[in-house]
Design a protein around this ligand. Structure first.
Ligand code: GLA
Length: 694
């Protein structure tokens, strides 16, 4: 049994008992490579040869690693052991446990033109009594023993997607998220690589769970040294009980592979995200102004109207009114949950501002946080039972808000009606959909944990709103990037990568996020200097260059800029618009850091754009040659540093040429010999534009 992708093969060996064994997930194998392996075995094992690298390991088969299923009926029927009863190649495997009376369907897919494998599982209770499911994984992926190094992606608020290397010589590595949203600190992505894997060299396997709630990823070192990664939703106690005949379907596990280093793994993931995952309109990603850091809660309609005019003059295409427009919303203590416009700030409602924005040719976007309410809101004063809680316990506030039980149809209907009314009344093309707290003791009216149902109800709300308003785009924000998984990405068009807009921090955050997310979904904004999160001061050029490759935006009040700054920012916006066809469709490349200098880029058949950033002061006397990956070796490229970038006063004659007509080199020369870049001070960056001459 096998599935073949563009460069990859998943090879499974059916077993007389138990589920298929994963023989191989990685480089594409030649035809006819099917069949079982002979395995030498040590002493003191079970008499039968049990395949440890099972597609769906369970305890009852004699496997001793972390199981993919933990379920029971009142303490009985707990030792699941499945036997395959049917299969449609490697696409769909049906298996049954006649003793515990369970039916399992494993579905797998590997697009022939890509290298991301997807897996999901459906479990059905075929017994006569309810089945308590404590854990049901989406499947497992095996990596060979040379996958010795691991990387995780975590951090905290305003410090997301920090790539952290680790190793696993023996035992298990557990990555558990119990926050009820995807989280800042335990992003459900685990990457394993060969030793010394770099940006462009080495083999990398990545496992991601496309799910916006609690998750559990376990990597187990097996008896032969290979690594088995089991990933799935993490269930709360008693969260899932299947009545006879009832089924539970898991979220999707995605596994990517590349033998072209970490950048290659990103390319595999990006290709899959672009199709089939994302539902992205064909229109270019509009340059955005988001009002949060320029305005916070101090909304002044007349000033916002002038801001919109200034934004339009800059070339901005989408104007997003962030938090603060609702009644009582002068701070984050009140006003969440009612979705009523504050007539003290907007005497005639939001129409005048929204119509002004659209009359200028920009799209109007609005911030909402539909899953939440402040206790000080009509929503919770009238329906205190609507907040998730456990009776008898005081609910913990976070940002002074509570989580609504969206899986309650009455609550869902009220939230839907409020959002639908806004979308019908105002010319809203875009919602910035925020989710600003973790779930604590989140029980529903029946007293049961509501985490899983909450995610499904949120997805259903997004799906329904998009079905009813087909042109609507949604940004997934959760205190920055705490909900940026592929479950939510399948129904949104952008993620707010981080609340940190400091360009230096953003280089690291975007590097981690780009392992999985294509640049066009990663919101990145030019914010004020000094930066609001870190206090650092950065040039406009550095801030704009760092945002350039992503979904570009501005997060400041343009009325506070000088004429010279407006002029320069307008130049950066124009540059982004000119480059975005390649930036948002091309292939991602990156290089290992050299003396504090990092490089990422995007390449298509005719052009390439690179972001070269000097993150810390160089230690060496001269910059190392700048080598540009991803080009066609025989093709000739004109290399330029386009406007509004300007040479520093001390630039040599050769460097000044880069800012003018450019220099022409063969792709192979640029890749291997490189060229001498202009000197870069710490915390500065360059955008290089390459155009094929032939
Ligand atoms: C969160 C978001 C911010 C902003 C505020 C508004 O922190 O991440 O971008 O929208 O909420 O309250």
């Amino acid at each position: 049994m096998r599935l073949d992708g563009l460069n990859t093969t998943l090879l499974l060996a059916p077993r007389a008992e138990g589920l298929p064994e994963i023989v191989h997930w990685g480089a594409r194998l030649p035809d006819g490579a099917e069949g079982l392996r002979d395995r030498a075995r040590a002493n003191n094992l079970l008499d039968d040869d049990i395949a440890e690298a099972s597609l769906f390991p369970t305890a009852g088969t004699g496997l001793f690693r972390s199981p993919a299923l933990v379920a029971h009926r009142g303490g009985r029927d707990w030792s699941a052991a499945f036997t395959q009863v049917q299969s449609d190649g490697a696409l769909r495997v049906t298996a049954r446990d006649p003793v515990a009376r369970l039916l399992l369907v494993l579905e797998m897919a590997l697009p022939p033109d890509g290298d991301v494998l997807s897996m999901r599982v459906t479990l059905t209770n075929e017994g006569e009594a309810p089945l308590t499911v404590d854990h049901l994984a989406s499947g497992a992926v095996r990596m060979p023993p040379e996958a010795t190094e691991l990387r995780t992606y975590g951090g905290r608020w305003a410090h997301e997607f920090t790539e952290t290397p680790t190793t696993l010589r023996d035992g298990s590595l557990l990555l558990e998220n119990r926050r009820g949203r995807t989280s800042h600190d335990r992003f459900p992505l685990l990457v394993a690589t060969t030793a010394g894997c770099g940006e462009a060299v080495g083999t990398a396997w990545g496992v991601h769970l496309g799910w916006s709630g609690n998750s559990r990823i376990v990597a187990d070192r097996l008896g032969d040294g290979s690594l088995l990664v089991v990933a799935g939703e993490l269930l709360m106690p008693g969260e899932v009980e299947l009545v006879p005949g009832e089924s539970l379907a898991t979220p999707t596990l995605y596994a990517g592979w590349s033998d072209a280093g970490m950048a290659g793994l990103s390319r595999s993931f990006h290709a899959y995200a672009r199709a089939p995952l994302l539902q992205m309109p064909a229109t270019p990603r509009p340059v955005t102004l988001n009002t949060w850091e320029g305005t916070y809660f101090a909304h002044d309609e007349a000033r916002l109207i002038r801001e919109a005019t200034a934004a339009s003059a800059l070339g901005i295409e989408r104007f997003v009114l962030d938090d603060g427009w609702m009644v009582a919303r002068d701070h984050d203590h009140a006003g969440l949950g009612d979705w009523i416009v504050d007539l003290a700030k907007y005497p005639n409602g939001l129409e005048p501002l929204a119509r002004h924005v659209t009359a200028l040719g920009m799209q109007f976007g609005l911030w909402v946080e539909p899953e939440m309410a402040n206790p000080d809101s009509a929503a919770l004063r009238e329906h205190p039972e609507a907040a998730l809680s456990v009776a008898g316990r005081e609910q913990r506030l976070s940002r002074r808000q509570l989580v609504l039980d969206l899986a309650d149809p009455a609550v869902w209907a009220r939230v839907y009606a409020a959002l639908d009314a806004l979308l019908r009344k105002l010319p809203i093309g875009y919602l910035k959909w925020d989710m600003n707290r973790d779930l604590v003791a989140a029980g529903n009216a029946a007293g049961r944990p509501a985490h899983r149902a909450q995610v499904h109800a949120t997805y259903a709300l997004m799906d329904r709103l998009r079905a009813d308003h087909p042109a609507l785009e949604i940004e997934s924000c959760a205190s920055g990037g705490a909900r940026a998984d592929w479950g939510v990405l399948a129904r949104t068009q952008r993620v707010w990568t981080s609340d940190c807009n400091d360009a230096l921090e953003r280089l690291r955050i975007q590097r981690g996020a780009a392992r999985l997310l294509p640049p066009e979904v990663m919101g990145s904004h030019v914010a004020a200097s000094p930066n609001h999160q870190t206090g650092r001061r950065h040039t406009l050029a550095f801030r704009a260059a760092v945002a350039m490759l992503c979904h570009f935006g501005v997060e400041l009040d343009p009325l506070e800029l000088t004429d010279a700054e407006l002029d320069e920012l307008g130049g950066w916006i124009a540059l982004h618009k000119r480059l975005r066809p390649v930036l948002h469709a091309g292939r991602h490349v990156s290089a290992d850091a050299v003396d504090g200098r990092t490089l990422t880029g995007v390449v298509d058949d005719a052009r390439a754009v690179y972001l070269v950033a000097q993150e810390v002061a160089p230690a060496r006397a001269h910059p190392a040659p700048l080598r540009l990956p991803g080009l066609v070796p025989e093709a000739r490229y004109r290399v330029r540093i386009p406007a509004p970038q300007r040479p520093i006063a001390a630039a040599s004659y050769g460097h000044r040429a880069l800012y003018g007509e450019g220099v022409v080199h063969a792709g192979g020369t640029l890749a291997h010999a490189g060229f001498g870049p202009p000197p870069l001070r710490p915390e500065t960056a360059l955008i290089l534009e390459l155009t094929r001459e032939d």
